[in-house]
Design a protein around this ligand. Structure first.
Ligand code: SDX
Length: 455
C-alpha cells in the first residue's frame, strides 16, 4: 500500500483536472477509484445501472476471480472447503474470519443445535398457507415474521443480540424449509434431533415420517453438506446486496434475511436451479438440443439457457465443477441414474463448442448441476431454491455482520440520472391532452369473468 494515495485524475477533455480521486488497492483483485467526493468536488455522479463496475463496500469474506474461475472464502478455495469442511465450519469461517479450533467448533455446533426448534405457535403460520403455495413464499413469510417471536434479538446495535439472531437464523432455516415442504405434502412436521449433523437433520426433517424408522444415506448427507458449502456465499450478488441494503437502515436481522430470500427467488438468480431442470425436461432428448441452442441465440426470443452464464465468472464456475463431482457420487446411489444428467452433459458439451457462447464467455454456473444433485437425493423441485436460501443464510449473515461493523457504511442511498420532465405548470383538466404513452394498463378480468379473446 503506497504511503500517499495515488490519485486518479478525472479530466474534462485536454483541460485541467476536474478533480483527482484516490486509487484504493485491495489485497488481491481490482483497484477502485474512490469517488465518494465526486458529487461534492465536481457536482458529478457516476452512472452504473446494475453496478457492473461498482464496489459497494470493502469486504474480507469472499474473493472471486471471474477470469480464472477462482472462489475463495477467507482465502480458502471453494473445492477444498467442499471436500474437507462441514457447512457449520464454513459458516464459522465466513462469520469470524478463521476456521474454528476443535473447541470453537464444538461450541458453535452446540450454539446452533440448541436453536434448531421453532416457536410452537409458528406451526399455525404454515397451515395458513394453501397446500400448493411455493415453499419460497412460505419461507419468506415465516422468516419475516420471526422478529415477532424473537424480539429479544432484534436490536442490531447490541453485538450480543446480533450473535443470538445469527445463531437462531442459521439453526432455524433448515427447520423452516423442511416444515414448508411437509406442509405442502400434508405430512406431519418432524422435529429436529440434536444428535444429528446439520445436513443429516435437514434430510431427516424433510423425509422421515412417524410411521417408520428413517436412516440418512451418508452419501446424500455428504452431498447436501457440499451443496450448502458451494452456495454459502458469493460476494456482492443480488440477494446479498439486498441484505446489506436492508441492513443499512438498521432493520432487524429477520427482516434482512427475508429480503434476501425475496431477491434470491428471482428466476435468473437463485431460482435458476429449478429453471435448469424444467429446461432439461422441456428439451427432453439430445436430438432437440440444436432447437434450444437456436432459441437461446435468438435476440427476439426471451429464452436463455438456464444454468449458463454469470455476471462475474467468464470461465467455468468452480462451484459447478464441485457439483459435477457430487453428481457422479450421488447418481451411483440411484439404480438407473438420471437421464437428465446425460442430457445435461451433452448440452454442456455442445454449448462449450459453440462460438456464440464462447465469445460471450458463457459457461455452466453453480445452478447447472445443483438441481440434478437435489433431484437425485429426492428433493422436490419447488424445494431447490429454499435449499439455496438456507445455504446462503450463512453468507447473508456474515456480510450483514461485516456491514454493521464497517465504520465506512451508512444507510444505502444511491442517486439517479434524472430523465423526466423539468418543472412545469399545472394544467386545468379541460386543457389536458390524452397521450399515447399515458394509456392506462388494460383492465384485468375480474375473478370468474370470462376472458374476452380478440374482443
Ligand atoms: C446465480 O451474482 C452471483 O454471484 C449469483 C450467484 C450467486 O451465487 O449468488 O452466482 C447465483 O444467480 C447464478 C446465475 C444463475 N442464473 C442463470 O443461470 C440464468 C441464466 N443466466 C443469465 O440470465 C445470465 O447469464 C446472468 C443473469 C446469470 C448474467 O447476466 P448478465 O451478466 O447481465 O449478462 P448479460 O445479460 O449482459 O449477457 C451478456 C450476453 C448477452 O448477449 P449479447 O447481448 O451480448 O449478444 O450473453 C448472453 C446475453 O444475451 N447471455 C446468454 C445467457 N446469459 C447471457 N445467452 C443465452 N443463455 C444464457 N444463459
Amino acid at each position: 500500500m503506497p504511503d500517499a494515495p495515488e490519485l486518479y485524475h478525472l479530466k474534462n477533455g485536454a483541460e485541467a483536472d476536474i478533480a483527482a480521486f484516490p486509487l484504493l488497492h485491495g489485497s488481491v483483485g481490482y483497484d477502485a477509484v474512490d469517488v465518494r467526493k465526486l458529487l461534492g468536488d465536481a457536482s458529478l455522479l457516476t452512472f452504473d445501472p446494475s453496478f457492473t463496475s461498482t464496489a459497494s463496500c470493502r469486504s474480507a469474506i469472499t474473493y472471486i476471480d471471474g477470469d480464472k474461475g477462482i472462489l475463495l472464502h477467507r482465502g480458502y478455495p471453494i473445492d477444498v472447503l467442499a471436500e474437507k469442511a462441514s457447512y457449520l465450519e464454513v459458516t464459522y469461517l465466513l462469520l469470524f474470519g478463521e476456521l474454528p479450533t476443535k473447541d470453537e467448533l464444538a461450541t458453535f455446533n452446540k450454539d446452533i443445535t440448541y436453536h434448531t426448534m421453532v416457536h410452537e405457535q409458528l406451526m399455525r403460520f404454515f397451515t395458513g398457507f394453501p397446500r400448493d403455495a411455493h415453499p419460497m413464499a412460505v419461507m419468506l413469510g415465516v422468516v419475516g415474521a420471526l422478529s415477532a417471536f424473537y424480539p429479544d434479538s432484534t436490536d442490531v446495535f447490541d453485538p450480543r443480540q446480533r450473535i443470538v439472531s445469527i445463531h437462531r437464523l442459521i439453526a432455524k432455516m433448515p427447520t423452516i424449509a423442511a416444515m414448508a415442504y411437509k406442509n405442502s405434502v400434508g405430512q406431519p412436521f418432524v422435529y429436529p434431533q440434536n444428535k444429528l449433523s446439520y445436513a443429516e437433520n435437514f434430510l431427516t426433517m424433510m423425509f422421515s415420517v412417524p410411521a417408520e424408522p428413517y436412516t440418512v444415506n451418508p452419501v446424500f448427507a455428504k452431498a447436501v453438506n457440499a451443496l450448502m458449502i458451494v452456495q454459502a456465499d458469493h460476494e456482492q450478488n443480488a440477494s446479498t446486496s439486498t441484505v446489506r441494503t436492508v441492513g443499512s437502515s438498521r432493520a432487524n436481522p429477520f427482516a434482512c434475511i427475508a429480503a434476501g430470500i425475496a431477491s434470491l427467488w428471482g428466476p435468473i438468480h437463485g431460482g435458476a436451479n429449478e429453471a435448469v431442470v424444467v429446461m432439461l425436461q422441456e428439451i427432453g432428448h439430445k436430438s432437440r438440443i440444436p432447437e434450444f441452442i437456436k432459441k437461446a441465440k435468438d435476440k427476439d426470443d426471451p429464452f436463455r439457457l438456464m444454468g449458463f452464464g454469470h455476471r462475474v465468472y467468464k470461465s467455468y464456475d468452480p462451484r459447478a465443477k464441485v457439483m459435477q463431482k457430487i453428481c457422479d457420487e450421488v447418481l451411483e446411489q440411484i439404480p438407473n441414474g438420471d437421464p437428465l444428467l446425460e442430457l445435461a452433459r451433452e448440452l454442456e458439451r455442445v454449448v462449450l463448442q459453440d462460438e456464440y457462447f464462447a465469445t460471450r464467455k458463457l459457461y455452466p454456473n453453480v445452478d447447472y448441476y445443483s438441481g440434478i444433485v437435489m433431484r437425485a437425493i429426492g428433493i422436490p423441485m419447488p424445494m431447490f431454491t429454499p435449499m439455496f436460501a438456507l445455504a446462503r443464510t450463512a453468507g447473508w449473515l456474515a456480510q450483514w455482520k461485516e456491514m454493521l461493523e464497517d465504520p465506512e457504511q451508512r444507510i444505502a442511498r444511491p442517486r439517479q440520472l434524472y430523465v423526466g420532465e423539468p418543472m412545469r405548470d399545472f394544467p386545468p383538466i379541460a386543457r389536458r391532452m390524452a397521450h399515447e404513452r399515458n394509456q392506462h394498463p388494460p383492465s384485468l378480468p375480474m375473478p370468474g369473468e370470462a376472458k374476452i379473446v380478440g374482443g
